[in-house]
Write a protein that binds this ligand. Sequence first.
Ligand code: FES
Length: 135
Amino acid sequence: MKRRELINWVGLGAIASSLPIAIAACTAKTASEDWQIVGTVADLDKNGELLVKNWPTVNVLVVGTSQSANLIAVDPTCTHAGCTVTWQTEGEQFNCRCHGAEYSADGNVKRGPATEPLKSYTAKIENNSVLVKPN
Ligand code: FES
């Protein structure tokens, strides 16, 4: 094998062997872009909830602690007229103080006048951060 052929052969092999790594890196980046950090575990554990305004253009309320089996996350903007709902641990529901609407933990309407559910998110804890992504 001539020197030039050897260099071409080795170069092609290097490109071929690094291609799966490059594809995996691009795929991982896309998946992690869905999750956004909205706060720290310490912030969440302090009050059992974490309200983040303008994330990036909406509000997110995460309910739970680092000890919770599942975190609840919704846009706390009441779908009736835009007031901010609050989490009621007793009864495990969101209440709106403006006109009395009630939503279940998954954001569905339990009591009007609201007719549309709260937008819900998926939340998780990773490396002392609270992460949320749209459903
Ligand atoms: S704004 Fe929430 S019930 Fe009216």
